[in-house]
Design a protein around this ligand. Structure first.
Ligand code: SF4
Length: 94
């Protein structure tokens, strides 16, 4: 019988290859936009947070390229692209 692993443990097995540029960016001037606040709750990797100025910030390391933030917040506030070839997440299932 296989042992159940937590989501955090499963995500920890993934491999991330850094890109030469960030593939998702918050558009300048939208850091406090209400639409962006949804990302704080929907990103499965927890990469969005608030800084001391109450601005939403994104730590791109560990992005699963799921597109949830793009759908939840919209492209008016996010510049969202897939990483360049060979870069980004490599999923490890187990
Ligand atoms: Fe988070 Fe998915 Fe957006 Fe990456 S694409 S920042 S994992 S919600």
């Amino acid at each position: 019988m296989s042992e159940r692993r937590s989501m955090k443990a499963k995500l920890g097995g993934n491999v991330f290859k850094p890109d030469r540029e960030r593939h998702i960016n918050i558009k300048p001037g939208f850091e406090k936009d209400a639409r962006l606040k949804a990302a704080l709750f929907v990103c499965p990797a927890g990469l969005y947070s608030l800084n001391e100025e109450d601005e939403v910030v994104l730590d791109i390391d560990g992005c699963l390229e799921c597109g949830t933030c793009r759908i939840a917040c919209g492209t008016e506030v996010l510049d969202w692209n897939y990483p360049n070839g060979e870069a980004g997440v490599q999923f490890r299932f187990g």
